[in-house]
Design a protein. Structure first.
Length: 119
């Protein structure tokens, strides 16, 4: 069984910084594309950033220049560095991973970590 566990959420002031982590564990052969999504209260879940197995990254326009996604393949971990967050970044952040495991290919989700941007 494969699990994704996010950490690093919490209260951050506008203009501060925060780093989210998501660690994958279990019977994993390989991690392919990794991504961070978020869901604000009353809104649909949206894609924030993705990183391919080769390190190519993509971001939603609203976070470009403020957010960096990265991965550590040795640790099966993906990160989301948030700089100068805004109140509108407040949401539950979920990581997503395309994984090759003992049970074959799968798409996995973490349970989410809450980020609140407020002064």
């Amino acid at each position: 069984q494969v699990q994704l566990v996010e950490s690093g959420g919490g209260l951050v002031q506008p203009g501060g910084s925060l780093r989210l982590s998501c660690a994958a564990s279990g019977s994993i052969f390989r991690l392919y594309a990794l991504g961070w999504y978020r869901q604000a209260p009353g809104k649909q879940r949206e894609l924030v950033a993705t990183i391919s197995s080769g390190g190519n990254t993509d971001y939603v326009d609203s976070v470009k220049g403020r957010v960096t996604i990265s991965r550590d393949n040795a640790k099966n971990t993906v990160y989301l560095q948030m700089n100068s967050p805004k109140p509108e970044d407040t949401a539950v952040y979920y990581c997503n991973a395309a994984i090759a495991g003992m049970q074959g290919g799968m798409n996995c989700w973490g349970k989410g970590t809450l980020v609140t941007v407020a002064s």
